[in-house]
Design a protein around this ligand. Structure first.
Ligand SMILES: Nc1nc2c(c(=O)[nH]1)N[C@H]1C(S)=C(S)[C@@H](COP(=O)(O)OP(=O)(O)OC[C@H]3O[C@@H](n4cnc5c(=O)[nH]c(N)nc54)[C@H](O)[C@@H]3O)O[C@H]1N2
Ligand SMILES: Nc1nc2c(c(=O)[nH]1)N[C@H]1C(S)=C(S)[C@@H](COP(=O)(O)OP(=O)(O)OC[C@H]3O[C@@H](n4cnc5c(=O)[nH]c(N)nc54)[C@H](O)[C@@H]3O)O[C@H]1N2
Ligand code: SF4
Ligand SMILES: [Mo]
Length: 759
């Protein structure tokens, strides 16, 4: 059986891509859901606090908030409201639920059904060999985890996964617990997400984060490229910022194999123009690049820029290159030698179109490039992003207003978690500071990332798998392999808000530890606590829940981690104090993490503070040589045999990662189901198929073929040779060993497949 089953009935309707986004229907549907899940009182108590300086941070994506003075009463999008309703529902999953459903039975339910049952209400334990989870007192659960961690032969036999919703405070105590135990095995969702961005940016500009602020996009950039990103669905309020940019004259270029609705006409529900008028057309141009053709495209753009400069001068920023960069000559030679035919074939974009865009770039004062998963989940993802850095460096588009690289983060605090030390390879300076602050010697060997953790579990090398949030089994590649790997652990522990598939594909023994969500008040013995988060633009700010916890049995993530650590390391190690008063954690952070001096004071300011980003702040590049680096990246694409397609996996409008809210994908015209595969008309014809046919997707890899059954073929405007389908259903198709160079991110957007008519 395939571990991830679709939700709902599968009579899928497909009516083609839409060219317009947002507007009133979206907002009404979000409000209806809020009232259904939370009732009127909880809806008001949450939605009016969402993304406000005295409220809580949206648990959905990592798009930044405007300055406190310019925030509106309703400072959220449809998806933010939906995420809150999903979290703040009053439905509970407690002991009666688990008594009524065996683990086996729950496995036959869809992901959507599992989460729909409500919030996890109390700690649950699955004894070895048992069929059902049973309640366990918190203290016993903590002791059990500590005992198992203590009895492992080596600290590296544990792995501590983090999903990007954990607060800075929770992440900091969590990594401290792992390192005090003696391991750097801290895999996280970032390994599957923006790891490639971090790797490419650190190497070239010296920091693994973006260098752009909200003001750069809204007020300064005169060209914004949105590459491999679907903001209408995944970062909806970005459309508001793009609209502002557009209305002051900036041009917006979309680079995407799919014509995503968000970049077409945008009807902003917060303006009369959006409510009553025709809205704003955002993208000036859509380049329908082939899947994974971006490296060729940007190399082509760079070649064209160099050529135009050679012809008419004044295009490259010679002064910037001379003063701040290295490696330019080698890169220029590589562009000169690059064959236009290679560029055109790999990118699917004509030389004429690339040169026209280069002209436009050459006459733009400041260019920002935004990107997300469309770039990071390919074999050559790191090279692609390095080439984008080349593109920016050529015209000095780093370290001045409106210019720079902008990786747009996914989970609301995934960037903050990394800053707090959730990484299997934190630099020595961080480990030194951590060791000094807490008087121990942190482990120095590089730990396991996500893919390596799965391999280690599969090979019987992990005893305890601990997850701070997330849905490891469904989100990671090679679902069947991962599900089997989990069962090799002696204990699997999930700190979670909702029941999900990872709780059902468990170790010999398992625990589910229910925690508070962002929207809920967090009251400890010393009073009400707040936590902090960091958004995509490196702004750190406070987040305070505003409603009563849905169950009195819930604990905060900080409290759960500190309680386990106290059992492990003893009562005098300060863990209980940190759980009682988060200011103590912040004070430790202020001495360990760069950029956090006077943390408590500065985070008290409305809207918080911005972390230093030397390339953006002062054109300082903290690379080993102190220079920004041009790199040589030869364009490449996967080898796709005749009769095969390159499949990418995307999110629908009605999901947040493995959380499936509904079965529609409004902007792509899909309703009633998720098992669809979007294919170009000519590829359907070549395979003897038609729109509406039922097909199996078969992925081809060196070890063996993988199959996902019964998808509805949807004729769709994607470049020839390319296809798209939804994750997590498609994760059965992604081989564990198919990962990006350098970043080791699963290549979830470059899967070589063929379609076969379902039998
Ligand atoms: N509603 C909603 N919001 C979310 C999430 C969610 O699941 N649902 N998830 C959150 C998370 S964790 C993340 S990381 C972000 C993800 O945000 P996105 O990266 O925007 O999300 P994806 O659906 O993965 O879409 C990737 C986009 O890249 C395009 N693409 C695919 N392959 C290529 C390629 O080779 N080249 C180019 N140029 N484009 C390509 C796809 O067509 C699609 O438009 O969203 C966050 N926000
Ligand atoms: N094929 C394919 N696979 C992908 C991707 C892709 O594009 N294609 N994208 C990848 C990306 S970008 C990412 S980020 C990963 C996501 O991987 P994960 O972060 O592991 O997955 P999520 O679906 O976000 O996790 C959802 C679960 O988190 C728990 N949860 C929600 N809120 C909280 C909270 O406040 N605290 C705690 N403790 N738990 C909470 C709930 O129980 C919920 O079921 O998936 C990756 N997998
Ligand atoms: S754009 Fe992202 S962070 Fe902002 S309200 Fe929408 S989902 Fe939440
Ligand atoms: Mo992500």
């Amino acid at each position: 059986m395939t571990p991830v089953e679709p939700g709902g009935d599968e009579t899928v309707e497909a009516t083609g891509p839409k060219s317009e986004s947002v507007g009133v229907p979206a907002v009404t549907s979000a409000l209806r859901l809020s009232v259904r899940e939370m009732g009127v009182r909880r809806s008001l108590a949450t939605l009016l606090k969402l993304n406000h300086a005295d409220g809580f941070d949206c648990p959905s994506c990592a798009w930044p908030d405007p300055d406190p003075e310019s925030r509106k009463l309703a400072e959220f999008c449809e998806n933010g409201a939906r995420a809150v309703a999903w979290e703040a529902t009053r439905k509970l999953v407690g002991r009666e639920f688990f008594a009524g459903h065996s683990v086996d039975e729950l496995r036959s339910r869809s992901d959507m059904w599992l989460e729909e049952q409500g919030r996890l209400a109390e700690p649950m334990h699955l004894a070895p060999g048992a069929e059902r989870y049973k309640p366990i007192p918190w203290d016993e659960a903590f002791r059990l985890v500590a005992d198992r961690l203590r009895s492992m032969g080596h600290p590296d036999r544990a792995a501590f996964y983090t999903s990007g919703r954990a607060s800075n405070e929770a992440a900091f105590v969590y990594q401290l617990m792992a390192r005090r135990l003696g391991t750097n095995n801290l895999p996280d969702c970032s390994n599957m997400c923006h790891e490639s961005s971090g790797a490419a940016l650190s190497e070239t500009i010296g920091i693994g984060k973006g260098c752009v602020s909200l003001q750069d996009i809204e007020d300064h950039a005169d060209m914004i490229m949105v590459v491999g990103q679907n903001p209408g669905t995944c970062h909806p309020r970005m459309l508001t910022s793009l609209e502002k940019a557009k209305r002051r004259g900036a041009s917006i270029i979309a680079v995407n194999p799919l014509p995503e609705a968000g970049l077409g006409r945008f009807r902003n529900p917060q303006t009369p123009r959006g409510l009553l008028g025709g809205g704003t057309v955002l993208a000036d141009e859509h380049l329908a690049v082939r899947v994974n053709g971006d490296l060729a495209l940007f190399a082509g753009l760079n070649k064209a820029l160099v050529e135009i400069d050679a012809r008419s001068g004044g295009v490259l920023d010679g002064e910037f290159i001379g003063r701040y960069c290295e490696g330019f000559d080698a890169a220029r030679r590589a562009w000169q030698d690059l064959d236009w035919e290679v560029v055109e074939t790999q990118s699917g974009i004509s030389r004429g179109a690339i040169c026209a865009l280069a002209q436009r770039v050459a006459s733009s004062r400041s260019v920002t490039v935004c990107w997300a998963m469309g770039l990071t989940q390919h074999k050559n993802a790191v090279a692609t992003i390095r080439e984008i850095v080349n593109f920016l460096l050529l015209r000095g588009n780093v370290g001045r207003p409106g210019a720079g690289p902008a990786p747009i983060r996914g989970h609301s605090n995934v960037q903050g978690d990394r800053t707090m030390g959730i990484w299997e390879r934190m630099p020595d300076a961080f480990l030194d500071a951590l060791g000094r602050e807490f008087g121990f010697d942190p482990p120095r060997e590089v730990g396991l990332d996500t893919v390596e953790t799965i391999r280690a579990m599969r090979d019987g090398n992990i005893d305890v798998f601990f997850a701070l949030g997330g849905n490891f089994v469904a989100a990671t590649p090679d679902t069947e392999v991962t599900a089997a790997a989990m069962s090799k652990c002696s204990l699997t522990v999930h700190v979670a808000t909702k029941l999900n598939r990872s709780h059902l594909y468990h170790g010999r023994e398992a625990l589910i530890l229910p925690c508070l969500g962002r929207s809920e008040r967090d009251v400890s013995e010393t009073g009400e606590q707040f936590v902090t988060v960091e958004d995509s633009m490196s702004v750190v700010h406070a987040s305070r829940g505003s409603i009563d916890p849905v169950s009195p049995m819930l604990r905060s993530e900080v409290a759960i981690v500190c309680s386990i650590a106290e059992k492990l390391f003893g009562a005098d190690a300060g863990w209980a104090d940190m759980a009682r008063d988060y200011r103590i954690i912040r004070s430790h952070i202020s001495r360990v993490v760069p950029g956090f001096h006077s943390f408590e004071e500065r985070v008290g300011a409305p809207g918080g503070f911005v972390l230093p980003r030397p390339p953006a702040d002062s054109r300082t590049f903290p690379t080993p040589t102190g220079k920004a680096r041009f790199t040589v990246n030869s364009p490449s694409v996967p080898d796709v045999p005749e009769g095969h397609l390159l499949l990418q996996t995307v999110r629908s409008h009605d999901q947040f990662n493995t959380t499936v809210y509904g079965l529609a994908d409004r902007y792509r015209g899909i309703a009633g189901g998720r098992r669809v595969v979007f294919v170009n008309k000519s590829d359907l014809q070549a395979a003897g198929l038609r729109d509406g046919d039922s097909v199996d997707i078969v992925s081809v890899w060196s070890d063996h073929e993988r199959r996902a059954e019964s998808f509805r073929a949807v004729e769709y405007p994607t470049p020839q040779g390319c296809a798209a389908t939804y994750f997590p259903e498609a994760n059965v198709l992604v081989p564990l060993d198919a990962t990006a160079d350098v970043s080791n991110t699963p290549v979830s957007k470059s899967i070589v497949v063929r379609l076969e008519r379902s039998s």
